[in-house]
Design a protein around this ligand. Structure first.
Ligand code: FES
Length: 107
């Protein structure tokens, strides 16, 4: 279990409890976080789960696979160095306190 904070429109913060082994995308969808759709269910075809990981949290993120890196070029919102597909971020105890922002144009 890990607490994850999503920053949405107007810098509104929502903190949710995410189950270990689930994805950050799933935690967002299950908690109705606006701007994270997860349309493909995590099979990496939709890129509707784009988030920006907080600067302080980027060192503890799992390494990005080549496929995720490629798909991030197709997001509707700007790709930044902190960009990740939240369906590829698996919740572990080590991610407790993680903060991710939803691209403003998606909220
Ligand atoms: S949920 Fe579709 S790419 Fe992440």
């Amino acid at each position: 279990m890990a607490r994850i904070t999503f920053v949405g429109a107007g810098d509104e913060k929502t903190t949710v409890e995410a189950s270990t082994g689930a994805s950050v995308m799933l935690a967002a969808v299950q908690n109705g976080i606006r701007g994270i759709e997860g349309e493909c269910g995590g099979s990496m075809t939709c890129v509707t789960c784009h988030v920006y990981v907080a600067d302080d949290d980027t060192p503890r993120m799992p390494k990005m696979a080549a496929e995720e890196d490629e798909l991030l070029d197709y997001t509707t919102s700007a790709r930044l160095p902190q960009s990740r597909l939240s369906c590829q971020l698996v919740v572990t105890d080590d991610l407790d306190g993680l903060t991710v922002s939803v691209p403003q144009e998606n909220t």
